[in-house]
Design a protein around this ligand. Structure first.
Ligand code: ADP
Ligand code: MG
Length: 263
């Protein structure tokens, strides 16, 4: 059965989408069966996985509104398959922005994704959900569906402060909606060890969160930033780039962590 992880942080531009697509590609590369769910109406994770969001017949929007199943809506980019990093994509585009409003007076509105993913969980080892930069109903659907949350963060001065809201939301979801939910880990991304402040914040993170901080550190690496404009994860675009190697290493760390998780 698939382990389901949300990549969440209510801040924009912290590396959620980069983490989701590169972890998906990295996991596929080490032999895991992966479904990537794009929960952000910007559709960056969809495009970054080699899938044109404008061409999609069915998206996660249709799944949330229960007019399509995951099996009907998922797609897979042949370019990623050719590269040996193929994974399924439940894509998103602008239409998803309307879901928030359309779901608001519907029943089980925060459990739609959870129920939909349960129908395909047996077909995957990992399901990764890229969340939008807000603690919205869409993110709530992701948190309700997940076993764990991966929190990418830059080691900046305000990094710890920004975590409080997310940690509180996760606690509430854990208490009221999804008792399986836990923060699986904090991932240091866009890291530059030459910057003393980043090193200090990294040390603080480890002091506060101990083993919740992943061992793998994702460096700042321009190849990871260039890859989306080619419609590819960095791991596929330039497999030997430092950032790509780090994400494959992170995929291995995730596989090892999952083996240690209960159930
Ligand atoms: P989010 O999904 O949280 O908004 P993104 O993953 O889109 O964040 O990243 C924000 C920007 O930072 C993007 O332009 C992305 O290419 C760039 N970026 C992300 N991770 C790295 C990295 N490790 N090195 C260099 N650039 C990165
Ligand atoms: Mg994003």
């Amino acid at each position: 059965m698939a382990r389901i992880f949300c990549v969440a942080n209510q801040k924009g531009g912290v590396g959620k989408t980069t983490t989701t697509v590169n972890l998906a590609a990295g996991l596929a590369k080490v032999g895991q069966r992966v479904l990537m769910v794009d929960l952000d109406p910007q559709g960056n994770a969809t495009m970054g996985s080699g899938v044109d969001k404008r061409q999609l017949q069915l998206t996660v929007y249709d799944v949330l509104l229960e007019s399509a199943t995951v099996a009907e809506a998922r797609v897979r980019s042949p370019r990623l398959v050719e590269a040996g990093c193929g994974y399924d994509v439940l894509g998103a585009n602008r239409e998803l922005a309307g879901a928030e409003v359309e779901l608001v007076d519907q029943e089980r509105r925060e459990k739609r994704l959870r129920e939909a993913l349960a129908t395909v969980a047996g077909e995957y080892d990992f399901i990764l959900v890229d969340c939008p930069p807000a603690l919205s109903l869409l993110t709530l659907n992701g948190l309700c569906a997940a076993h764990g949350v991966i929190v990418p963060m830059q080691c900046e001065y305000f990094a710890l402060e920004g975590l409080t809201d997310l940690v509180n939301t996760i606690k509430q979801v854990h208490a009221n909606l999804n008792k399986d939910l836990q923060i699986i880990g904090l991932l240091r991304v866009m890291f530059d060890p030459r910057i003393t402040l980043q090193q200090q914040v990294s040390d603080q993170l480890k002091a506060h969160f101990a083993e919740k901080v992943f061992d793998t550190v994702i460096p700042r690496n321009v190849r990871l930033a260039e890859a989306p404009s080619y419609g590819l994860p960095g791991v596929v675009f330039d497999a030997s780039a430092r950032g790509s190697l780090a994400f494959v290493e992170f995929a291995r760390e995730m596989v090892a962590r999952v083996q240690k998780m209960p159930g």
